[in-house]
Design a protein around this ligand. Structure first.
Ligand code: FMN
Length: 145
């Protein structure tokens, strides 16, 4: 089993964002099960973070397509390695919308990923929860300032 995590930035115009995301998720929900790929698409402002789990060959094939997709740019792979077990058995590319703030840049997401990898064994679902909790904490800290 293989796990790929990347960040990217939406590159379309604001008005099309919701429609594009809807289309991406619809396609993912239709195609991913055919290749036995699971995961979650995390959205924060216009930043994407996608966690994908599946067999390595299938994931590489999908990443080839995703990297070339003109709807986003700056695809930055944070994790691309094998994992012992599949963690997403029931998540067929759901969206996790963290909020509409634009402040969570890819450097922050990289740091969060680094903290996770230093402290926990790799598990896509736990990682998704970790991003969610870290982002909430960052928001709370900002409110305290
Ligand atoms: C941020 C983002 C995430 C995407 N995630 C997936 C995905 O999980 N599965 C998928 O099949 N396509 C996903 N796509 C869409 C692919 O890039 C591609 O358009 C789609 O797989 C159809 O490709 P095809 O017509 O060549 O089969 C994503 C696109 C973007 C921009």
């Amino acid at each position: 089993m293989h796990l790929t995590v990347y960040t990217s930035v939406y590159s379309g115009v604001d008005e099309n964002f919701s429609a594009d995301v809807k289309d991406i998720v619809q396609t993912a929900k239709y195609l991913n099960p055919k290749s036995d790929i699971c995961g979650v698409l995390i959205i924060h402002g216009h930043q994407f973070l996608q966690i994908l789990e599946g067999e390595e060959v299938e994931l590489n094939g999908l990443m080839d397509k995703i990297t070339k997709d003109p709807r986003h740019s700056s695809v930055d792979i944070l994790i691309n390695q094998s994992v012992e077990i599949r963690s997403f058995t029931d998540w067929n590319m759901d969206i996790l919308d963290l909020n509409n703030s634009e402040e969570l840049d890819s450097e922050t997401l990289k740091r969060i990923t680094h903290i996770y990898k230093e402290n926990f064994s790799l598990n896509g679902k736990v990682l998704a929860k970790f991003y969610e909790e870290m982002c909430k904490s960052l928001e709370d800290l900002r409110l305290l300032k």
